[in-house]
Design a protein around this ligand. Sequence first.
Ligand code: NAD
Length: 296
Amino acid sequence: MDKITFIGLGNMGAPMAKNLLKAQLNVEVFDLNPSAVQELTELGATSADSLPQAVQGANVVITMLPASQHVQSVYLGEGGILDSVESGTLLIDCSTIDAETARDVSAKSHQRGYGFVDAPVSGGVAGAGAGTLTFIVGGSKDDFEQAKAILDHMGKNIFHAGEAGAGQVAKICNNMMLGILMSGTCEALNLGVENGLDPKVLSDIMLQSSGRNWALELYNPCPGVMENVPSSNGYQGGFMSQLMAKDLGLAMEAAVASQSPTPMGSLARNLFNFHNSQGNGQKDFSSLYEFYQKEK
Ligand code: NAD
């Protein structure tokens, strides 16, 4: 059976790899965190002591890493993926990184005879667990078709955004919008609460009104309004605020390159940077709600 190597078993990578195991695929895992590896081997994955060993004999390698520098070192560093895989291997990077790095890794992969797609995701930890992620893929049509057969086991909507890097461009546009929507949702809910409203009642009203949006509907940032979201779990798990700040930074870099006006994105970036500077970077990004509260 084809071997799939999955590298990066964090909040997103672990549930994604579990869905590959559920589909009865042959999965080998690698992460710097031994307990993350153990969780997957207990469910049937194999593991290796080093990255070169983990990707040896793989037909497909999937990475789900925090940021561009991790992707650069895991793919291009000495003893990295490009030094270690066999010709013809398909490489799928699901991390959210800058489009320039994605294009660079794609070009170097193709020079060495490997397929490569950038395939960042949307849908959060819940979508990763349920296998309903949206994948936004950049790469050639052939590589996309091959990748889609694997991504179908982890997602519901698989989009081909365009050539290499296009997945990342679409993803940062989406996340800039998400950062803006989350800021606005926190601000509106807090305004209502500080003017005497019950946040659950206000949320129900806005959900049937023109303020409805993804953050309000599926990821309410006010504790106690919704079950099974990070705000009702001390803002643990989910999408770390420092990762949202990273994505807003990527959006701002793209905006500088294309000279596009992004005043709302820039403000959202400042809000999250300030929030993170107060020691909140590792909390879920919906913890921005606390920034607005008078009484923390
Ligand atoms: P995370 O920090 O929880 O997980 C990253 C994992 O990568 C960790 O387990 C870490 O040990 C591992 N890692 C780091 N360097 C490594 C290396 N050199 N070799 C092997 N493993 C290494 O992050 P996450 O929340 O899973 O996010 C991963 C990516 O997905 C990020 O780019 C993020 O922006 C994006 N994303 C996250 C969410 C979300 O809701 N969490 C949603 C969409 C996209």
